[in-house]
Structure formats: structure tokens, C-alpha cells
Design a protein around this ligand. Structure first.
Ligand code: RIB
Length: 297
């Protein structure tokens, strides 16, 4: 089995399902409220574990009820939480509004995630032992960079989801093997709205870029290959929260298993297509047999 390490966030998602998200100054009545474990880091960890890898999570939860549930969700998915710290205070939360088209808007309060600002020697040892390191931007940037540099020093493939979108230091891009932005994130990083132009521009700093395009699939660009578009299966989305995380976790597993990139991208797209048909982030993520069935159908 491949070994994936995730360095990143855990959030309790406070999710409101509503026909149409309110505009500024507007009040609307929603349909349902749920608390669903999420956080980009934890989501990617669950996705990778369900896709068949051995997964370890480095991060933090608060010493509140949310923290207990976030930890146990990871453990139930089979994720090793030995390096998931419990800190004094609140767990991270994400305030999510999901509309009837499956689209969402999210405000994240980092709380415990903000304490993940350095790596311990044990964290570094764990990263050094991995086949791949998954990173996102919901913990302090210094720790993300430290993780990427540790991975680079030990020949571990680094996959960075640059979300929430923000300009990134060149050091971090240069320590990344595969950058995995969506359309909005790639525009923030490059100032270019055309995903293909933006992805090609990023190749100056990163050897491989995959831009996720939602229902349109994804675009792969690499320094040594022609750009490639991989379509997504046609499905009806009820909640796209965590779809990108499903893609990242599943893709990491496929690549760690040595699958060729086009095949790995199609497998990850199959997993994402399954996840958007169910509500919630971590709860919607498919297990390997389902991914295989969707991939071959
Ligand atoms: O990528 C989806 C995730 O973003 C949600 O689970 C939420 O916690 C936010 O971090």
C-alpha cells in the first residue's frame, strides 16, 4: 500500500442547505442545517484512505466537542492521527452555504489550525517516510513551506492545493511537484483567467500543474508534455463541497501506485463525480470499489 501524509487543516463544517444563497443584506429561509466533518486537509486524508492508501494526518484540533468528532472521523476512515495535535481552545470551523445547484460559499475560521505553524522532528520524520505529501493553505504558510521543503529533501512527491486562493512565495512553488488549483485559484496565482494560459505560465515555477474545472473535468500541463484535458463523468451535483479534496486525495493514491498520469486523472475525476452526488465533504467521499466501478463505466 502507498503511504500518503497530509499536512493541513481540520474543520467542522457548519452547513446550511438553501434553495438560493442570500445576497448581501438579504435574509432567506434555509431547508436544513448539519454539522459535517471537513477541512481541506482532513478531507484529502479521508479521500486518500478510502481510495486505498495508508494515510497519516499532521495538523491540530481544539479541545472542544468538534475536535473530538473531527479526530474520530479521521480514525474511523483509518487515518493515523498520531501526529494530530489537540490544542487548547476551539477547533477550526467552516461556515458553508450550499444551494440547490450544488454550489457553495464558505467562510473558514482557522482556530486550532492556526497553531500548526511549525513542524516537529516527528512530523519531519513522518513526511520523509511517505510516498507523497498533500498540502493545502488552511494552516500557516510557514508550516506548508517547511513541509514542502522536508518532502523535497527526501524525494517525496509534493502535491499542493493552493486553496484558499492567495499569492504564493516562489520558494513554495519551487518546492512543489504538482500544483492542483481550481479555475479561481489559478487566476489568483497568475492573474490570467484562461486556465490553459495560466497553467502554462505556472510551469516556470512548478513541473506539473492540474487545473480542476468542475463539471468540465481537468487540464494537465507539464514541462515535458503537451497539455491534456480529461473530462469528468456527467452527473447531477447536489453538493460540490470537498470535490477538489476528493480529487487531490484520490489522485495522490493513483500516482503513488505508479499509475500513468492520464489514468490517475480519470480515476480522480471518477471519485469527484461520485462525491458531488452526495451531501457533505468527508461524508461524501467514495471508497475504492465505487471509484473503480465509476471509472470503468
Ligand atoms: O474544500 C472543502 C473544505 O473547505 C470544507 O470541508 C471546509 O472545511 C473548507 O475548509
Amino acid at each position: 500500500m502507498s503511504h500518503i501524509v497530509v499536512l493541513g487543516s481540520t474543520n467542522m463544517d457548519l452547513v446550511t442547505f438553501v434553495e438560493k444563497a442570500p445576497q448581501r443584506g438579504e435574509t432567506v429561509t434555509g431547508r436544513e442545517f448539519r454539522t459535517i466533518p471537513g477541512g481541506k486537509g482532513a478531507n484529502q486524508a479521508v479521500a486518500a484512505a478510502r481510495a486505498g492508501a495508508t494515510v497519516s494526518m499532521i495538523g491540530a484540533v481544539g479541545n472542544d466537542a468538534f475536535g473530538t468528532r473531527l479526530r474520530s472521523t479521521l480514525e474511523q476512515a483509518g487515518v493515523d492521527t498520531g501526529r494530530l495535535r489537540t490544542t487548547e481552545g476551539d477547533s477550526g470551523t467552516a461556515h458553508v452555504v450550499v444551494d440547490d445547484d450544488g454550489g457553495n460559499a464558505i467562510v473558514v475560521i482557522p482556530a486550532a489550525n492556526g497553531t500548526v505553524d511549525h513542524l516537529t522532528p516527528g512530523d519531519e520524520e513522518l513526511i520523509a517516510s511517505a510516498d507523497a505529501l498533500l498540502l493545502q493553505l488552511e494552516i500557516p504558510l510557514g508550516a506548508v513551506l517547511a513541509g514542502a521543503l522536508t518532502a523535497r529533501a527526501h524525494g517525496v512527491r509534493t502535491i499542493l492545493t493552493p486553496a484558499p486562493a492567495q499569492p504564493l512565495p516562489v520558494d513554495l512553488l519551487n518546492a512543489t511537484d504538482l500544483l492542483l488549483p481550481n479555475e479561481h485559484e489559478v487566476a489568483t496565482l497568475t492573474g490570467r483567467t484562461d486556465p490553459r494560459t495560466a497553467a502554462l505560465a505556472l510551469l516556470d515555477e512548478v513541473p506539473e500543474v492540474v487545473v480542476t474545472l468542475g463539471a468540465a473535468g481537468c487540464l494537465y500541463a507539464a514541462r515535458d508534455a503537451e497539455p491534456l484535458t480529461v473530462p469528468a463523468p456527467e452527473v447531477t451535483a447536489v453538493d460540490t463541497t470537498g470535490a477538489g479534496d476528493t480529487f487531490a486525495g484520490t489522485l495522490a493514491v493513483a500516482l503513488a501506485e505508479g499509475r500513468p498520469m492520464p489514468d490517475a486523472l480519470a480515476w480522480a475525476a471518477a471519485a469527484s463525480a461520485l462525491s458531488v452526488q452526495r451531501p457533505g465533504a468527508s461524508e461524501s467521499m467514495p471508497h475504492r470499489p465505487e471509484i473503480d466501478a465509476q471509472y470503468t463505466s
